[in-house]
Design a protein around this ligand. Structure first.
Ligand code: TNX
Length: 646
């Protein structure tokens, strides 16, 4: 089962027996965990939060702290009499809850979970490889309102992502309301129309934009905190500052730019680093933003500074290192407000900035190599693996300057390229979502962002949790088993491209996992002793398309028979009852037989969690029969998946 929890837990040990999660189950908690008890209760609406352990032998899900574990580590025990989630801290308990949700049917994510649910007993001991598992969101180019941002926080948190890098300002918009300078958001939050910021990126002929009030931002922060997500704000400085420069042109270097190519429009977007008043304005801005976000870090940008603007400046041109000069001043301001700086890798190019500075290394593999060698705490995010604004195949939408790649490539990221000393500097990984192209896709809908983020975020989550290195086939299986969960979460995700093969005069498209290059789909008839639902007939499984579902539970002696039209030679057959991702609605106990002559059956193995994977025994087989030995599977039907034959 372990393979289907995403990200993969470190250790899972199966035990005998099962726990039946039934309506009325009590959630008990240690005092610091009240928020999490309420959180879990939202996913288990038929449960009740109990302020004291219930008397007697009532079943409980209990949330506790175990100080011997590290903060985000947890131990999840499913025992016959209840479930215990022990975390090193709040984050650990949260992570344990996410794993528990994944042990339940996907409907747990859309409010349609039906109880009771039987969960096989096991102990999961788990902890993340990296403390920083982040996703960046650019809300400057495409405006996303607070509800959209919260939705992403929630989706990320289900994948144990624990940082949101919130890119709040850029050339195209200023998205945070600053009380001491309201014009920044009121004017600078919009482009086109009567705004001094001209229209761009798929939004033409209308005024476009938006900003967050400080109340909304505090609400986002609190919502994220419940979900173990730290929100790290970014005000991108000293470049990428066109929006604020159009509202306050006096922050630019004092020279008259040549605007003949831009119809008189001043396109300069870099702060003058020599103008003293700029630091007072920045102090006003940063002080307010620091107060909103409790994160110990503040991202101050530093990327892609158009340094030519300083060369034209009578003052800045005299400075040997204008960007460092500026960054050091900003770091001083942040320090006064109790924050440490984070920057894009360009800002530490010379290596002279303090080693307190966290570096987001995006410019190829060289960037994280260099930053870690220099001794900076580093977030690994080279564009060709982590820029989820890149297109996923040549014919899809997205940028392509860093690479064209899908989730498979994200999974393939190889940390062994770093030395042990470098690894010590790596705090974790981050995906980036830059949104220049988002506005062309109905920005009020989240479909485009969903499509670009998922399932690449799933791969990011796996890398951040485990450091990667698993065989692709295993990751793909776990990912495809996760599709139903993403569907239930309402994610408009991009499935992995199917593999297309030419077979028996037809082009056949199939998932790569179901068809690792050599999947067989021999003609088969499926019959069973149990009544089959009209909407879930045997024909779907016979065509290897959909699962069969009965209309009652299984009793001892019930059987399912797969009869092949031709004797079948094979390498491996994966026979699965129950949901793809959880051992529920399966034939809990039973055995599997095959026949070589069509009449005499030989027993070849027992079901485990409703599954059996078996190899050939020399002769082609004519039929497979599964026979139940259990009375009742705790549900109201039995699911039989199409055979996976290679
Ligand atoms: C580079 S990455 C940028 C962004 C763009 C992105 C597009 C970085 C720090 N700067 O401003 O949106 O490329 O992929």
């Amino acid at each position: 089962m372990a393979a289907t929890i995403l990200p993969t837990p470190q250790r899972v040990s199966a035990q005998d027996g099962r726990f039946v999660l039934a309506a009325g189950v009590a959630i008990t908690f240690e005092s610091d965990l009240a928020l999490l008890a309420d959180y879990l209760q939202e996913y288990l609406p038929q449960s009740r939060v109990a302020y004291a352990p219930p008397l007697g032998r009532a079943a409980v899900v209990s949330l506790t702290i175990d100080r011997t574990l590290s903060g985000e580590a947890y131990r999840l025990e499913v025992r016959p009499d209840g479930i215990v989630i022990a975390g090193g801290g709040y984050g650990g308990v949260f992570n344990g809850i996410q794993t528990l949700l994944q042990l339940l049917p996907p409907e747990v994510y859309n409010g349609r979970l039906e109880l009771p649910v039987a969960i096989a007993c096991r102990t999961i001991e788990d902890a993340p490889r990296f403390s920083y598992r982040g996703q960046h969101l650019d809300v400057a180019r495409t405006w996303m309102d607070a509800a959209q941002v919260k939705r992403y926080i929630n989706l990320l948190s289900h994948h144990k992502i624990n940082k949101l890098h919130f890119h709040l300002t850029d050339d195209e918009g200023w998205r945070v309301f600053i009380g001491s300078h309201p014009e920044l958001a009121l004017v600078g939050g919009f482009r086109g129309g009567d705004s001094p910021i001209r229209e761009i990126y798929g939004k033409f002929g209308e005024k476009y934009g938006g900003y967050y009030t400080q109340e909304e931002l505090r609400d986002i922060v609190a919502y994220a905190a419940v979900r173990n997500v730290e929100v790290i704000p970014e005000i991108d400085l000293p470049g990428h500052s066109l929006a604020i420069a159009r509202v306050h042109p006096e922050i630019l270097c004092p020279y008259t730019p040549d605007t003949s190519a831009s119809n008189g429009y001043d396109e300069r977007n870099v702060w003058c680093v020599s103008r003293e008043e700029n630091y007072a304005l920045l102090e006003d801005i940063l002080a307010e933003v620091c107060a909103i976000f409790p994160s110990p870090y503040f991202h101050i940008g530093g990327d892609e500074v158009a340094t030519a603007q300083w060369k034209h400046c009578p003052h800045c041109s005299a400075l040997a290192h204008p960007q460092e000069h500026f960054t050091e001043r900003i770091i001083e301001i942040l320090a006064r407000h109790g924050k440490r700086p984070a920057v894009w890798n360009e800002a530490v190019a010379s290596g002279r900035l303090s080693r307190e500075t966290r570096v987001h290394a995006w410019e190829g593999m060289e960037a994280p190599f260099k930053a870690t060698t220099q001794g900076y705490p580093t977030i690994v995010m080279p564009g060709q693996y982590f820029y989820f604004d890149m297109r996923q195949s040549p014919h899809e939408d997205g940028h392509n300057w860093a690479a064209i790649f899908d989730a498979k490539k994200v999974y393939s990221f190889d940390f062994s390229a770093f030395s042990p000393a470098q690894m010590q500097r790596i705090e974790g990984v981050e995906g980036a979502f830059w949104s220049e192209l988002g506005v062309s896709h109905l920005p009020g809908l989240t479909d485009y962002v969903d499509y670009m983020l998922f399932p690449r975020v799933c791969a990011l989550a796996e890398l951040g949790w485990n450091g990667g290195g698993r065989p692709w086939e295993e990751s793909l299986r776990a990912l495809e088993a996760h599709y139903d969960r993403m569907r239930a979460m309402g994610i408009f995700f991009r499935p992995m491209e199917p593999e297309v093969v030419y077979r028996e005069g037809k082009l056949v498209a199939a998932s790569e996992a179901l068809n690792p290059g050599r999947r067989l789909t021999p003609a088969v008839r499926i019959t069973t002793s149990m009544p089959v639902g009209a909407k879930t007939p045997a024909s779907g499984a016979e065509q290897y398309r959909a699962a069969l579902r009965t209309t009652r539970t299984c009793l001892a002696g019930d059987w399912v028979l797969f009869t092949f039209a031709q004797p079948l030679a094979f390498h491996e057959i994966f026979l699965k009852t129950g949901y793809v991702q959880v051992p529920r609605l399966c034939i809990d106990e039973g055995y599997v037989e095959v026949t070589y002559d069509g009449t005499r059956f030989e027993r070849i193995g027992e079901l485990e969690n409703g599954w059996l994977r078996f190899g050939p025994s020399g002769r082609p087989i004519r039929a497979i029969r599964v026979v139940a030995t259990c009375q009742d599977n705790g549900g109201s039907s039995v699911i039989v998946q199409p055979l996976e034959i290679s």
